[in-house]
Design a protein around this ligand. Structure first.
Ligand SMILES: [Zn+2]
Length: 282
């Protein structure tokens, strides 16, 4: 970890922490894809949320120990993925957050869970002041329009573009009952286009990095595998589902008991509140 990173983290701490006292990880908080509620964030909204989320605390809501299990966002970044387009043709853009936890005895297990790839959902809440209709461009907060999200008008799909965020609330991890093996391929297996932004991967980078590391390790152990350098180049930009498939295939060629448990997938999903004060739980 760089000194610059530690300096950012230490802006939020009561005393100056050393590198070995903190655990850091990344999560994807939200993106500009049209979700299953026929809503999407504008890229400007993501940029504003990036500011609003710095310093915000996340909790592991499943954990009875509650407040000991918190993480704080110390850095955010709006990232463009030019290889992917949203359903309405924008460059796929997401809000990535880096968070830290202070290592304690009580969260050692949790950190192992994150490292080990336990399945989780990330839930974030925020308030936006504008909902723009994609068909007519009116702000639905200041006046009705004739269009309903999810419907199609003269071939044009209606969705609402969430813009001008005014506040970002808490974010949280919710553990999902992990079904070993099952669910993984269903989650990622070629369903990216169908899933849209409804679900995507929290801590996805960490998952991919872990999978890549395992694949390289397995390729050394496997008699049937291509040389590690070739494997490494091949998996550089591979999607999580493909990485997982590859790892599983390699596990099949290695039988020395060193492969450990199969990876469980991360899962990021959005839920929204439809309460009248127009908060979005995303
Ligand atoms: Zn409209």
């Amino acid at each position: 970890m760089s000194d610059a990173k530690m300096a950012k983290i230490n802006k939020f701490t009561r005393r100056e922490l050393k590198e070995d006292e903190v655990y850091t990880f990344s999560v994807i908080l939200c993106d500009n894809e049209i979700d299953r509620d026929s809503e999407k964030f504008s890229v400007d909204a993501l940029k504003k949320l990036a500011e609003l989320y710095v310093g915000k605390t996340g909790i592991w809501s499943h954990d009875p120990k509650g407040e000991n299990q918190t993480a704080r966002i110390y850095e955010t970044e709006v990232v463009e993925d030019p290889s992917r387009k949203t359903a309405d043709g924008e460059v796929y853009t997401y809000l990535k957050a880096s968070a830290y936890m202070v290592r304690t005895d009580s969260n050692a297990d949790l950190i192992r869970e994150i490292d080990g790839g336990i399945k989780k959902e990330v839930s974030v809440g925020c308030a936006v002041s504008k909902e723009i209709c994609s068909v007519c461009g009116r702000d639905r907060r200041t006046g009705e329009c004739a269009h309903r999200k999810g419907r199609t008008y003269n071939g044009k799909r209606c969705f609402y573009i969430l813009s001008s965020p005014t506040d970002a609330y808490e974010w949280s991890f919710v553990a999902v009952p992990a079904q070993k093996g099952a669910g993984v391929t269903k989650k990622y297996g070629g369903e990216h286009s169908a899933q849209k932004s409804g679900t995507h991967d929290g801590i996805v980078e960490k998952l991919c990095d872990d999978l890549k590391r395992d694949i390289i390790r397995l390729s050394f152990l496997s008699k049937d595998s291509a040389p590690a350098a070739i494997i490494k180049a091949a998996i550089e930009n591979m999607e999580p589902d493909k990485l997982l498939e590859m790892k599983q295939a390699l596990i099949g060629t290695v039988d020395d008991g060193s492969t450990g448990e199969l990876e469980k997938a991360f899962n990021h999903s959005k839920e929204k509140e439809t309460d009248p004060n127009k908060s979005f739980r995303v």
